[in-house]
Design a protein around this ligand. Structure first.
Ligand SMILES: [Fe+2]
Length: 288
């Protein structure tokens, strides 16, 4: 491993959240100087920023539209310490300064995936960069991918919830979200006790399993700088296909299929069914 330390719990990938240490502290790509140059140079479609004064129940995907901070990206970076802002950068590896780091991270992630026998490749691997004012909140959400989040500056509290627990996100909502059907899991305050809260500081990393709900609060003292690598494995791609099939069965045929995540063999069969039916539909020239 180049980027991750050896305390990583390889057998827990996409099964449970866990923390470990990363070895990227002091990396020149993550210096404030490089960030201040690289972020404004990226296409604006990759840079999202908003007021950091969000609530746990806000719609994270729309925060940059619903909660603008009224500043330019340059002003936001300049005043991040006091402006209660939140900057998210998609694919900073589009800038050359992140390229070697990105390749090394993909190498480490793929070693983890192989060790866990979850596949060979980190499909759709991509970096995300987060810079946030003290005390800012990332509302509750789930992601259609696995995440490894690394902290570089400031502290964070991340609460992660069991990925397949219907008390956190009901399976039909989870499946509708994964199927891009316009469904967003909403925060249920009564689920708070089901989560595990990880407090982490510079040098710490956290794994958030595929579709595991989470919300984040940045510490009160310092600007938080963190970066994540997101990816899918053969296994999570298979689970995605099974969830899309379940969603279609619920919507089209009004069936109540077994939720995904409870029996791997059943998920694999569903994944195969969905893949085959998608190929047949494609061959017949139908879409949908
Ligand atoms: Fe997330």
């Amino acid at each position: 491993m180049t980027c991750f330390a050896d305390d990583i719990q390889r057998n827990l990938l996409d099964r449970e959240a866990f923390t470990f240490r990363h070895q990227l502290m002091g990396h020149p790509a993550l210096s404030l100087e490089n960030l201040g140059r690289a972020i404004p140079a990226l296409p604006s479609s990759q840079v999202f920023y908003s007021s950091g004064k969000l609530d746990r129940g806000d719609d994270f995907d729309r925060a940059h539209v619903d909660h603008t901070n009224g500043l330019s990206i340059e002003e936001t970076i300049e005043t991040i310490r006091t402006s209660n802002s939140y900057i998210m950068v998609r694919s900073p590896e589009a800038d050359g300064s992140f390229q070697p780091l990105f390749r090394e991270l993909v190498g480490d992630v793929e070693a983890l995936i192989r060790d866990r026998r979850a596949g060979e490749k980190a499909h759709g691997a991509m970096l995300y960069l987060f810079i946030a004012s003290p005390d800012s909140i990332t509302p509750f959400h789930i992601d259609r991918y696995s995440t490894i989040l690394m902290q570089f500056q400031g502290s964070k509290e991340v609460a992660v919830f069991p990925q397949w627990d219907d008390r956190v996100v009901p399976s039909d909502v989870r499946e509708g979200f994964v199927a891009h059907a316009g469904v967003r899991p909403v925060w249920r305050p009564e689920a708070e006790g089901l989560g595990t809260t990880f407090r982490f500081a510079p040098g710490d990393a956290l794994h958030i399993p595929f579709v595991a709900g989470h919300h984040v609060r940045n510490g009160p003292d310092d600007v938080s700088i963190s970066m994540s690598i997101i990816f899918n494995t053969d296994e999570t791609q298979s689970q995605t296909r099974a969830m899309v099939l379940n969603h279609k069965l619920r919507q089209g045929l009004r069936l109540r299929p077994h939720p995904v995540g409870t029996a791997p063999w059943r998920d694999a069969v569903k994944s195969g069914v969905w893949r085959t039916s998608a190929r047949v539909a494609h061959a017949l020239g139908r879409h949908g």
